[in-house]
Structure formats: C-alpha cells, structure tokens
Design a protein around this ligand. Structure first.
Ligand code: SF4
Length: 180
C-alpha cells in the first residue's frame, strides 16, 4: 500500500468536506494574492510568525512548496445564521483549524516535515511572540495559503473542489505539502 492510500484511509475518519491530491507544480501562485496580504487587507500583516513578512519572500515560499513531492487541498463548510453571523464565522474557523490539526497529525506520521498552510493569521496563542521571541509552537503554526501567494479560488475548480458551498455557508481551505 503506498503512502497516499494509507493517508486516505485515515482521512476518511475525519469530517473533511472535499479533498484532492496533486503535484506542487500545479499550485497557482499569484503576486496579487500576496500583494493583498502586504496591503494589510485583513489587518494581520506583520503581526505573527504565520504572516508576511515573517513567512519570507513569495519567491522563497514558492521554492519551499515546489521542493515537496505532493500536495493536498481540503475544505470544511459550515452553515451560519446569515452572512453577518460573526460568531458563526468564528466558530467555523475554530472548527476548521481543529480539523487542520488532526489532518496535520495524520500527514506528519508519514512525513514529520510536512508543511501545513491554512487560514489567515495564527490563533494558537492569546498573544503572539512576534517579533520579539521565536514562535512557541512551530508545529502548530500554519501560515495562510494567501501569505504564500497561493490562489485557492482559481485552484479549487481545477481540482473539482467547491469554492462556495451555498448561501450562508462559509468554506475554509487548508493545504498540505509532503514527501512520499
Ligand atoms: S503559535 Fe503562537 S507564537 Fe507561534 S505564530 Fe502562532 S500565535 Fe505566534
């Protein structure tokens, strides 16, 4: 049984909505995505080890991703009361990050150096140590796909993954890069 088959058996136990494996060469990078980060569109630029500039230049992020053998993109989708349901957004993100921890644990059993990318910023510590001291939990700090300049919106349809799962539903994405 190859590594992907073994991993898929374990993923089947988790509440992932959709996932797909692909080659890192197929990741769509876009300078515009990283520019949005650097323009501080989410307000998190320069606030944690999981965001630019701490994650390194977009060129170094591309190089890092392309050094892996394989990649996997997965989603969760959570229903909310409305698009203004801020508590619902927050709950969905907490649930997605908890699932990302579980997915990371599965992959890291097979490749301890697997790279995990997830949603914006990092919510592990109440107050990030950035920039005064090293990250407290390197293994739980997942940089955002956007911080790496990855265009998830464009990649999802090419992988047959839904970018939008309906009205009043929030869909979150994470990506794993690993070696076979
Ligand atoms: S794990 Fe803690 S110290 Fe590290 S980036 Fe996240 S919030 Fe900051």
């Amino acid at each position: 049984m190859n590594k992907q088959t073994e991993i898929e058996k374990e993923l089947a136990q988790l509440p992932i909505l959709e996932y797909e494996f692909f080659k890192p060469e197929d990741i769509i990078f876009s300078k515009e995505v990283r520019d949005l980060c650097e323009g501080n569109s989410c307000g998190l630029y320069n606030t944690s080890w999981a965001c630019p500039p701490a994650v390194g230049s977009v060129e170094s992020c591309i190089e890092k991703c392309q050094a892996y053998d394989k990649a996997m993109l997965f989603t969760t989708a959570t229903e909310m009361a409305s698009s203004f349901d801020m508590k619902g957004w927050m709950r969905a993100r907490v649930e997605h990050e908890a699932l990302t921890d579980q997915v990371a644990a599965v992959f890291r059993c097979y490749d301890k150096d697997a790279l995990i990318l997830s949603t914006e910023g990092c919510t592990v510590c109440k107050k990030c140590t950035y920039p005064d001291a090293p990250c407290r939990f390197q293994d739980r700090m997942y940089p955002a796909t956007e911080s790496y300049g990855i265009m998830v919106m464009q990649m999802a349809p090419s992988l047959n993954i839904s970018y939008n799962n309906g009205t009043n539903t929030v869909t979150y994405f994470s990506m794993v890069l690993f070696n076979e």
